[in-house]
Design a protein around this ligand. Sequence first.
Ligand code: TRP
Length: 452
Amino acid sequence: MAKGERANFGSKIGVILASAGSAVGLGNVWRFPYETGNHGGAAFILVYLGCVLLLGLPILIAEFLIGRHSRANTAGAYQKLAPGTQWRWVGRMSVLAGFLILSYYAVVSGWTLEYILQAATNSFAGKTSADFIASFQAFSSNPWRPVLWLIVFLLATHVIIVKGVEKGIEKASKIMMPALFIILLVLAACSVSLPGAMEGVEFLMKPDFSKVDGSVFLSAMGQSFYSLSLGMGCLCTYASYFSKDTNLPKTALSVGVITTCVSILAGFIIFPAAFSVGIQPDSGPSLIFITLPNVFQQAFSGIPVIACALSVLFYILLAMAALTSTISLHEVVTAYLHEEFHLSRRKAAWLVTGGCTFLGIFCSLSLGVLKGYTVFGLGIFDLFDFVTAKIMLPLAGMCISIFTGWYLDRRVVWGEITNDGTLKVPVYRAVIFILKYIAPVIVSLIFINELG
Ligand code: TRP
């Protein structure tokens, strides 16, 4: 690559897979089910779907167009498109959000490595759900093991980031995404056929609107931004590597459909199984780690080899899905430091890896030895999750929609969305309308409702 020229994704499918690889991750398989469980099931899912359609997709298109038009990292993008204005703070907030998310996300990613090991050494065999709960608690509150896995995971992310965009990110996503989808389908089928699973299916499909309150809206909105990787410049940074003829609305739709399908599929794996073995749907962040081992044990109790092989494969794929997401988070912060502070990519990447390891250790310990230390009643891990997913991402999303709807030159917006008029985009007017009026109003209302 010539000096000063930016990297590009090599193929169309690579563009979609890398973006979807960022979107699909622990947010779908780990966070979506426990948020759904905490907020009563089907009704939460409906609100979530509404948020994806009405807020997520238009803002995703906006983020894409900001990235591709500016061809810069998130913070740089605002400086290019709105030089000398305060808009640069939106970019900076996004970078900070990415840094904080990566710190605790890597902790959970590390857990998946532990579970690969446990699955491979067949330590799920013969355990009851009470055993799985106890062993998860013992593991996550252990001061050493989770921290060790956290470091391993961040180093793996680091290596791929240093290798560069096309070789690392794109190649990795191309293989892992389809494989993950297939194994999720198999698991959903197994889970639904467990005894007593129908109660879980009902939980997912029969909305109980009496459970809908302000916190459901805030959480569903947060989850929709989270699972689309919105509001922290991930997709904006990726879009800066897109080519001129990438169809932005179509790519956004593909990413939205893929990530939503994976989330719903994860729901169909977790809840039928949880109800079947008597695990509370509102068990919080530990939900998938105590439910899934049960699925493998129960669905294949007669054929332990398959139970073992399938569970190893599943946790490997989950770790990989997490990896494509940590790569995207890391890339945002690395690109920012590299381009804004003129550090070498290598140095920038080390700073990010080091910083996230440091914060990640506190997040991890907050589930064990540092459990007593809370801020606003939340431990460090939960605090990072709350502040990023429920405050910073929606706030940044709102700013992005105002920036695109009101500030940016309409010709630029039109040019990017329609590729200078070569694409027919029937939803163009609707997207602009949402960005200008609907998104800012809804996000503000949800915030005000929660604060009041
Ligand atoms: N979307 C990813 C997931 O669902 C997590 C993620 C990656 C993310 N990049 C992000 C979340 C940017 C918010 C913002 O697992």
